[in-house]
Design a protein around this ligand. Structure first.
Ligand SMILES: [Ca+2]
Ligand SMILES: [Ca+2]
Length: 624
């Protein structure tokens, strides 16, 4: 209802703008991208210029090596798209773009820097830490809220409001992350969410503290520290040899985004006569018997009533999004991209966008989020080995199938296809993926129940899960607080799994960032993660070696990671009782080894012909 009302207002405004074109001087509010670089592979740059009646202005430019190829008017007179060509001869400097119309003349400075950022590769030795900046640590209380933003509240005691966490808070705790063995930081989105409170699930009025409701792509949220604060965080990470992943949302923006309030064209967003939500059913995309109507509903339906779905088939909007991704990589020093709600995007657009990024930055890690727990469905959305009529070029993806499988493996009794057989059979489907090492593995994230709660706060199951994650193929990621046993389920809301990291706020009773603030069990968890993450990082066989798994028998699952230098044997006993078993069936991988070192306990095991492994526990053995 509200959207219908808004669009009536909108068409009145567009009409008004057109009517007044000769009476009012144009204005310039935005030129996006806000700046650019020489030395890019592509010479093309399309500026989106926004301001009242700007389409009535002519644009000119005199700058050696740069020329205006064309300018485009669109339906809304408040927009002008300007195509530039930046030749190899162009030097860095400040260009002067002149917009003129009769008596009106407006000169805008536009900076061309030198492209120089080289992303640092993120790969299997890495350990990614996902955190929600609003909920990790508040390093600057002066930026918690602003009176000129649509949401003016911050209150740590209300789960649905902003809590004031920010980049400075993260910078203050980089020692903690590095000690844990983390190499790479992934923040939930940092782009401005200048939005009103929204009724999300369960009807609570909620702030966009999570960051997924963009209001202006070219602004980093001031409440996190703004563009300068983000650069400071990126620099602090890189000085330590750490890397930065940015969370991208191409599929939708907030209804408070200025481009939705005054869109360039009627088809800038996917619209239906009445509100149409996405089906969330990815099957329609790859189902050989699927229909075009169902495919369109998945990709063009809205994620929620307040998140307008971007029309990525609009050439101007597609270019806008692609240039923004390149701009962010160069401007802030981004090493990897995680792409939100991947399956809801237009796949040809996504292929173009991924390719454009990789053309400029071949080292970038790009992975998507498609919350699908079956490899037969997920593989469509990543580079795969199936001959589909259309093939996605996404290098990696969040590994929801193994996430689901490890959770179920630890909670279900062992059976023909249950218990640890779930994990085994999920990994057996790796043949579908072009490169399983690019799967980003995890135990929990901001949209799931907390792992420690999923396993019923059973510390042995927790340790088993952590041991699997840090010895598995792929690139592991943690969600903040897993290492100190943060718990809860999404009942009643998401906010339960997005609690503040204790110690990140002034006045917190204790700090989980320090050993003295953690209890004995939390310290044991922290030390396990630290030990395994550092061992993984320094053991090529473990992070990049071949992966071989054996059929689980009687609840015992055995797999190997190995290269020419080392063989690591992982034994998981998922039974409630101690298991003793003969190792003869593993001879294919154990041949020539006579003893082993238990990586976790440090003890040496001599005589490998049989093993006795305690109930619900895992051994990581370096074979000698
Ligand atoms: Ca703050
Ligand atoms: Ca979509």
């Amino acid at each position: 209802m509200m959207n219908v009302f808004k669009s009536i207002l909108l068409s009145l405004f567009i009409g008004w703008g057109g009517f007044c074109a000769t009476a009012q001087n144009p204005e310039i509010k935005h030129i996006h991208p806000t700046n650019w670089w020489v030395g890019m592979k592509t010479p093309n740059l399309q500026l989106l210029v926004y301001g009242k009646n700007i389409s009535s202005a002519k644009v000119s430019l005199t700058y050696p090596g740069v020329r205006i190829k064309k300018s485009h008017k669109v339906e809304n007179p408040n927009y002008l798209m300007v195509d530039l060509e930046i030749s190899k001869a162009a030097k860095p400097g400040t260009m002067r773009l002149v917009f003129s119309n009769g008596n009106f003349k407006n000169t805008q400075n536009y900076t061309l820097g030198v492209k120089k950022y080289k992303p640092v590769a993120i790969n299997t030795p890495d350990f990614i830490y996902l955190l929600m900046p609003d909920r990790f640590a508040n390093g600057d209380e002066s930026n918690d809220k602003f009176n000129d933003m649509l949401d003016r509240q911050a209150d740590k005691n209300v789960p649905f409001l902003r809590h004031g966490g920010d980049f400075q808070g993260i910078i203050n705790h980089l020692d903690y992350l590095q000690e844990l063995g983390v190499t790479t930081l992934w923040n939930t989105p940092v782009i401005e969410n200048d939005t009103r409170l929204k009724k999300e699930l369960h009807g609570n009025l909620q702030a966009a503290y999570h960051g997924y409701h963009f209001s202006d792509q070219y602004k980093i949220d001031r409440r996190f520290g703004g563009n300068e604060g983000y650069k400071k965080l990126s620099t602090a990470l890189h000085q330590r040899g750490m890397k930065l992943i940015q969370d991208a949302v191409y599929n939708h923006v907030s209804e408070d985004h200025w481009m939705f309030v005054d869109p360039p064209t009627k088809d800038w967003f996917n619209r239906s006569p009445s509100y149409t939500g996405t089906t969330h059913k990815e099957q329609s995309v790859f189902d050989p018997a699927g229909t075009e109507a169902d495919r369109k509903l998945l990709t063009d339906g809205w994620f929620t009533p307040f998140l307008p779905d971007v029309n990525q088939r609009s050439p101007f909007f597609a270019t806008y999004l692609i240039q923004h991704a390149i701009w962010s990589t160069e401007e802030f020093g981004v090493d990897g991209w995680r792409i939100d709600t991947y399956k809801y995007n237009d796949m040809p657009f996504m292929n173009r966008c991924n390719q454009a990024l990789l053309d400029e930055y071949p080292n970038l890690l790009i992975f998507g989020e498609t919350f699908v727990t079956n490899p037969a469905w997920l593989n469509y959305f990543v580079r795969n080995n199936v001959k589909y009529p259309f093939n996605c070029n996404l290098p990696g993806t969040c590994d929801f199938p193994t996430y689901s499988a490890i959770n179920e493996s630890l909670n279900q009794p062992f059976s023909w296809d249950g218990g640890i057989n779930r994990l085994y059979s999920t990994l057996a489907q790796d043949y579908l993926y072009a490169d399983p090492s690019k799967m980003v593995t995890f135990l929990e994230n901001h949209d799931t129940d907390r792992f420690f709660s999923v396993v019923g706060e059973d510390f042995n199951k927790y340790k088993l899960g952590v041991t699997w994650l840090l010895t598995a193929r792929g690139i592991p990621h943690f969600y903040y607080g897993t290492e100190v046993l943060m718990k809860n389920t999404k009942n009643p809301t998401d906010a339960e799994v997005r609690k503040d990291f204790e110690g990140g706020w002034k006045g917190d009773k204790q700090s989980k960032f320090t050993a003295t603030g953690r209890n004995a069990k939390e310290n044991e968890a922290f030390e396990l993660v630290k030990k395994l993450a550092n061992y993984r990082k320094n053991t090529p066989a473990l992070h990049s070696g071949k992966f071989t798994q054996y059929l689980p028998q009687d609840g015992v699952y055995v797999y190997f990671r190995y290269d020419n230098a080392k063989t690591i044997m992982v034994v998981m006993n998922t039974n409630a009782a101690e298991s003793t078993f003969d190792t003869a069936r593993f001879s294919e991988r154990m041949k020539g080894f006579s003893s082993a070192q238990n990586v976790l306990s440090g003890e040496t095991i001599s005589g490998l012909s049989s093993m006795k492994v305690p109930a619900m526990s895992a051994w990581v053995l370096e074979l000698k």
